[in-house]
Design a protein around this ligand. Structure first.
Ligand SMILES: Cc1ncc(COP(=O)(O)O)c(C=O)c1O
Length: 478
């Protein structure tokens, strides 16, 4: 494809995307395909010869779009908001079009320096002090893995340059609650801590937040038993119920044991753009690392997970490489992001944030987040006021966790009913919700925050929920 052909095909593609995005509301929210259906619609053999852009776009319509669950649909309330703002899509296109190669500062100075500056803008916008240095990882899962690798090495006096963890007399331990995202356990296992050295700390039964006293006891027990308290992962905004682990108290407990504190604010970090919500991560300045995902509620397109550390040297000491072919005269004066994480080659991810902040504007992003918070409060009030519905967790931000529980419905029948009505609602294609386990029982999460979701959509959702749940119950009883 020559630049001239690219220009023409690119215009066609942009028109197609604009058309697709404008049509979302008229489409079913959930992908309406059976397993294997998308693959079966594609030729089994690799393409031969040349194909036109028209053919490709027709296949996007025919094969791909029906296989998309529309997370930008205004009636999508599943998992978490994944807005993929069009401003950031333009940044993504710019990033791909520039084709920068980030393997060292010299391979693309702009890639490194725009990332430094943009991470610092987001630092300021979320009220973090100047002590933090930031980078962009693909996901919060990677950020957590990197934090735990650094924590592991700090806790073992850099066992990597000796016999590794296998030679450590006092194995390091990681602490989190049962509400922490599954990526925390995964990171701990990948970083070699081992299941036996992963502690699930007790949580407050009402708020599902970590109990600092239980953390202190667990750490003291481990220390007395010949282990090293290595790292705590505190979650600000858990995936299930948006529980807020008390960071200030956790930091204090961890400091007594010299353990690393990583704050996972993947979802709730966007709320820190609002000064009135920063109390939710009070104490964050005492943590060692923080991550959050603009690619969730803030609305930048995947994959943009911000990762801040207080002392970059911890990362560099664990992850730096300096092969001769990457050395240059600028070494020592510049940031080499390859030393802050796992990959060598990196994309120009910062452009997605750069475009998003500048084309949508920080004020509009903040207004949208405030709108979503008000919509969540409205829904929570309806649920609380209805005798057959219950809120099963506090609503600190935009996720409302509910159960339809008419009098007399309990036990297995309640479980079957919850699964039944949410499945029926999702099958209808008119809205999408996620079910999740809480204290051994199914509940339903309503995660509000799609860019196009206005109050009337949330009202329509509430009407749909009450109708579908009542019909499901009547069907089961008849
Ligand atoms: C609190 C929390 N942490 C981590 C993650 C994982 O995010 P990612 O997909 O960026 O790895 C999620 C995703 O939902 C989350 O809610």
């Amino acid at each position: 494809v020559s630049p001239e052909e690219f220009r023409q095909a690119g215009h066609q593609l942009i028109d197609w995307i604009a058309e697709y995005r404008s049509s979302l509301e008229s489409r079913p929210v959930r992908a309406d395909v059976a397993p294997g259906q998308v693959a079966a619609a594609l030729p089994a053999e690799p393409p031969t010869g040349l194909h036109t852009m028209d053919e490709l776009l027709a296949d996007l319509d025919r094969v791909v779009v029906p296989g998309m669950t529309l997370v930008q649909h205004p009636m999508h309330y599943g998992w978490f908001p994944s807005n993929a703002s069009l401003a950031s899509v333009l940044g993504d296109i710019a990033s791909s079009g520039l084709g920068g190669l980030g393997i060292s500062w010299e391979s693309c100075p702009a890639l490194t320096e725009v990332e430094e500056v943009v991470c610092d803008w987001l630092r300021q916008l979320t009220g973090l002090t100047e002590q933090w240095s930031g980078t962009i990882h693909d996901t919060a899962s990677t950020a957590c893995l990197v934090a735990l690798l650094a924590a592991r090495e700090r806790a073992t006096d850099h066992s990597q340059v000796r016999g590794g963890l296998a030679g450590v007399a006092r194995p390091p331990v990681v602490y989190s609650t049962a509400q922490a995202h599954s990526s925390v356990r995964k990171a701990a296992l990948l970083a070699g801590f081992g299941q036996d050295n992963l502690r699930i700390v007790a949580e407050d039964p009402a708020t599902h937040a970590m109990e600092p006293a239980a953390l202190a006891r667990s750490m003291a027990d481990d220390a007395a038993a010949g282990r090293t308290p290595g790292a705590v992962v505190a979650t600000v905004g858990t995936t299930g119920t948006t529980a807020m682990d008390p960071v200030a108290e956790i930091v204090e407990v961890a400091a007594a044991q010299r353990a690393w504190v990583h704050v996972d604010a993947a979802m709730a970090g966007s709320a820190m753009l609002l000064p009135e919500h920063r109390h939710l991560w009070h104490g964050v300045e005492g943590a060692d690392s923080v991550s959050w995902n603009p690619h969730k509620w803030m609305g930048t397109i995947l994959d943009t997970s911000l990762f801040y550390v207080r002392d970059v040297e911890h990362l560099v000491r664990v992850m730096s490489t300096n092969p001769s072919y990457l050395q240059s005269n600028a070494d020592g004066e510049v940031v080499q992001y390859r030393d802050w994480g796992v990959p060598l080659g990196r994309r120009f991810r910062a452009l997605k944030l750069w475009f998003h902040l500048r084309l949508d504007g920080v004020d509009a992003i903040r207004d949208r987040i405030r709108r979503d918070l008000a919509n969540a409060r409205w829904l929570a009030e309806q649920v609380e006021a209805h005798p057959d519905w219950e809120l099963v967790a506090p609503v600190p931000l935009q996720t409302v966790c509910v159960r339809h529980r008419p009098a007399g419905l309990d036990g297995e029948a309640l479980e079957a009913h919850t699964m039944g009505w949410v499945d029926a609602l999702n099958r209808s294609g008119r809205a999408y919700l996620t079910r999740s386990m809480l204290d051994g029982s199914w509940m339903v999460r309503v995660s509000i925050g799609v860019e196009s979701t206005e109050r009337h959509h949330v009202e329509a959702l509430w009407a749909l929920m009450t109708r579908v749940a009542a019909e499901q119950l009547a069907g089961a009883r008849s």
